[in-house]
Design a binder for this molecule. Structure first.
Ligand code: FE2
Ligand code: FE2
Length: 247
């Protein structure tokens, strides 16, 4: 095998250690957020790709970025409080701005194209609306319950605050709930891809139609990165801290 990882390495381990591979994994259709716990071999097989070819491409990407780009931020090495601030400032803000914008755009495009693409746009609009409602509740739960608890745990572990009162028994319970909600958000993104045949624009698409599809693809990419930071980095670190220091 190669020098960096093997076919048994999980996708989460690869993308956590080498975040520059994210875009390539996305292009290859390998799920690195909700499906991060899958081995490279199983994920490649599921995507209908040769594991050896995927390994070669990943190594090429890392070699290129080693020589050209500045190293990406290592989120394993900064306080969790800083990672939480990044998640909220960048990814939660992105969703709060873009979910209402995409809802308006979906209605505009539906009204303009209902004659030829009514069924498809209606389905798409409904899935997007479910995603918007689910995610807005999800963000609130993270910001009001889980993230403050992780911040308190970290302060306690650094002797900078009192022992946190974990009303839910262990932090594992809210984390499992958040992972479950990530899974269903991922499924809704998959449904939107299916409905739009991988965001293939129809020949008569106008500029708004184009902006709508671009916005949905951008949302997908941002949400994948967001879920990766939570599922593969923040949550495992919080669980480890609870096991070591807090309980
Ligand atoms: Fe989040
Ligand atoms: Fe989340």
């Amino acid at each position: 095998m190669n020098r960096r990882f093997s076919e048994y390495t999980t996708i989460a381990e690869i993308v956590t250690q080498y975040p520059q591979t994210r875009r390539l994994l996305e292009e290859l259709g390998l799920d690195y957020c909700c499906g991060g716990k899958t081995s490279l071999q199983d994920a490649s097989q599921k995507a209908g790709l040769s594991c050896q070819e995927v390994l070669t491409k990943l190594n090429e990407k890392i070699d290129q970025s080693d020589s050209k780009e500045s190293p990406p931020k290592n989120w394993m090495a900064v306080p969790m409080t800083e990672l939480i601030r990044h998640i909220v400032d960048i990814h939660h803000t992105y969703l709060k701005e873009n979910l209402p914008r995409l809802k308006n755009l979906s209605e505009k495009v539906y009204r303009a194209h209902m004659q030829h693409h009514g069924d498809m746009l209606q389905k798409l609009k409904q899935v997007l609306e479910t995603l918007r409602i689910d995610l807005e509740m999800h963000l609130a739960k993270e910001e009001e319950i889980l993230f403050p608890l992780i911040r308190e745990m970290e302060s306690f572990a650094n002797n900078q605050g009192p022992r946190p009162a974990v009303h839910c028994g262990t932090i594992q319970n809210p984390i499992q709930q958040m992972e479950y909600e990530h899974q269903s958000a991922g499924e809704l993104l998959g449904q939107m891809r299916k409905i739009t045949s991988d965001y293939q624009l129809p020949a008569d698409a106008c500029r708004s139609f184009q902006a709508f599809y671009e916005g949905l693809q951008d949302l997908e990419q941002d949400l994948h990165e967001h879920i990766h930071l939570e599922n593969n980095i923040l949550f495992p670190r919080a669980l480890q801290l609870e096991r070591q220091k807090v309980s």
